[in-house]
Design a protein around this ligand. Sequence first.
Ligand code: 5GP
Length: 111
Amino acid sequence: MTIFSKIISREIPADIVYEDEHCLAFRDVNAQAPLHVLVIPKRVIPSLVEVDSSDATLLGHLLVTASQLAPKLGYANGFRTVINCGSDGGQTVNHLHVHLLAGRHLGWPPG
Ligand code: 5GP
């Protein structure tokens, strides 16, 4: 179990900005941009390398949710979505999550 399961079950607090049957979105505790939200599935999937075609609808739902949240939360000038995967990908919490970042110009390539 990760810290994100405890956020889903409300054992630890988070600034939740959206919730539905399949996913939860909350502000990252260590925000890297004026808007930094994590969109996570309620069903635990440890990382993007552990998905298969049966997860396609859920993965699409996470992206659609992220896309709709950015303008809804007041960020109309674009955004970035990131899914870190594995140690080289920079993943630190083993519960799949989509980072949604907005509110400043984001450089490329990532560090
Ligand atoms: P990763 O590095 O796995 O892609 O991203 C994990 C993210 O989770 C990090 O950006 C980190 O700041 C965030 N995070 C870790 N623990 C907590 C927590 O307890 N609450 C919230 N809101 N975010 C967390």
